[in-house]
Write a protein of this length. Structure first.
Length: 150
C-alpha cells in the first residue's frame, strides 16, 4: 500500500483560498468533484452534477439572474454557461454593512462524458435554479445481463 503524506508547508504556502484545498479534502473524505472548470471571469455559482439511469443532470444556483443575462453554449463535449448578475441599486447610494451576494459576470465550463447525446438536451430555469438535462446514449444505458455460469 502506498503511503500518502500531506505537506503542510506547501499547503500554507499556497494559502487557503478555493481549490487549493480540494486535493486534501479528496484525500481525507473521498469527496466526488464535478468536472467543473473554474474561471477568472468573476464569481462562480454553486453547481451539482449527477447521473440517473437515463440522464446526466446539471443544476446551477443562479438566483436573481434574468434569463436574458444567461448564455448557454455546447461545443463538442464542453458546456459553457456565461451570465451576469446585475446589482439593482435603482440609483441609490448604498453603504453596505455586510455584502455576501456576488454581482457581475460569471462563467462555468462543464466537461461532459461521451455517453450523452448532445442533440438531446433540455434546460429549465425555475426558482433560481437552472437545470440542464442530457439524455444518455442508448449504448451507455445501464442494462442488466444474465451471465450463464459453466
Amino acid at each position: 500500500m502506498t503511503e500518502r503524506r500531506l505537506n503542510i508547508a506547501q499547503l500554507l504556502a499556497k494559502g487557503t483560498s478555493g481549490g487549493d484545498l480540494d486535493p486534501y479534502f479528496d484525500y481525507f473524505f473521498g469527496t466526488p468533484r464535478a468536472p467543473v472548470m473554474s474561471s477568472d471571469k468573476g464569481w462562480q455559482p454553486s453547481a451539482d452534477l449527477y447521473e440517473t439511469d437515463t440522464d446526466i443532470v446539471i443544476v446551477i444556483d443562479i438566483a436573481g439572474i434574468s434569463i436574458k443575462d444567461i448564455n448557454l453554449t455546447l461545443a463538442k463535449q464542453s458546456l459553457l454557461l456565461q451570465g451576469t448578475r446585475q446589482e439593482d441599486s435603482r440609483g441609490q447610494t448604498r453603504q453596505y454593512h455586510k455584502m455576501e451576494i456576488a454581482y457581475g459576470p460569471f462563467e462555468l465550463t462543464f466537461q461532459l462524458p461521451s455517453s450523452v447525446q448532445p442533440d438531446n438536451v433540455q434546460a429549465d430555469y425555475k426558482d433560481g435554479l437552472l437545470t440542464i438535462r442530457f439524455v444518455k446514449c442508448e449504448k451507455s444505458l445501464k442494462r442488466r445481463l444474465t451471465i450463464k455460469i459453466r
